[in-house]
Structure formats: structure tokens, C-alpha cells
Design a protein around this ligand. Sequence first.
Ligand code: RP5
Length: 168
Amino acid sequence: MSSSHPSPRVGVIMGSKSDWPVMEHAAAMLERLGVDYETRVVSAHRTPDLLFDYAKSAAERGIQVIIAGAGGAAHLPGMVASQTAVPVLGVPVESKALKGLDSLLSIVQMPGGVAVGTLAIGKAGATNAGLLAAQIIGTSDVTVREAVEAFRAEQTRNVLDNPDPSQA
Ligand code: RP5
């Protein structure tokens, strides 16, 4: 999957390359909905200066939503949100030791005044972060809104057309 469109509107960032098997589902949803995005490793702990540069320059580079995934002591989404007014969606990545509960609690418990929209742990959260980013952009972009509506309609049709769970 391509990781860099020339004019990305969504930044998909993650604390480590090891987060990619989860975060690629956010990228896949954006790809499906025709929203340009970029993917980057930006670590709150290992590359704090890069985190600040990324967050501070996001708006002027045309980034409209940032999806930030991290695991364990998952400070990335909150610290990014502290440095930009671009909406930040946090994805808790499953950790080996605590299965992502640590990631979830690290991301969701933001102090009042700095907002992070926290999604579910793992693949579902990453998928929905891509979807929600498209829905946010869709409030002012009819093409993206229609792509979201078409995706949702297809999903509904797939369920209704396959009512018997024992059939493949
Ligand atoms: C976090 O630490 C990353 O987001 C990742 O989920 C976790 C482990 O990183 P690695 O040690 O696999 O690079 O910062």
C-alpha cells in the first residue's frame, strides 16, 4: 500500500514500525474512501523533537486529521494533540504484556482542555479511525461524504444479502 500521497489530508502516525500491522487498517480505510494520507513513525519517547515538529507543522501542510496509534505507555496521541488544533484520533495498539488495556487507558484519560478522540483497541479501532477521519473531512467535502455513504450502504447490503451464518 502506498504510504505517501503528494498532498495528504490525513496523517497516520504511530509510535513504532511494530504498530503497522494494526495501523495499516486505518490506511486501508482511507485508501478505500479515496482520502489522501501519509504514514509515518513518530515516537513520543524515542523521537520527541520529531513529534513536536510533526504536530506543529501539520495544519500548514494541509493535514486535516491526525490518526495516532501507539501501544503501552501510549503518549503519542495526547502529546500530538497538545501541539496542534488539528483533530487527533487515538488508536490503542495491543501490547504484549497487557493486551492494549494500558494503551487504551494511556490514550483515553486526557485532562479536560486537550481533546483526543479515542477509538477501540487494535484493528477495529484503526479501521474506525480511518472511517471517522473520512467522516470529519466529509463534513466539508461532498466527494468524501458520498464515499463514506457508499461504503456504509455496501456494508448494510452485504449483511442483508447474507442472512444465513452457516453459508460462506
Ligand atoms: C510504543 O511502544 C509503540 O507505539 C509500540 O506499540 C510499543 C513497542 O514498540 P517497539 O518496542 O515494538 O518498537 O511506543
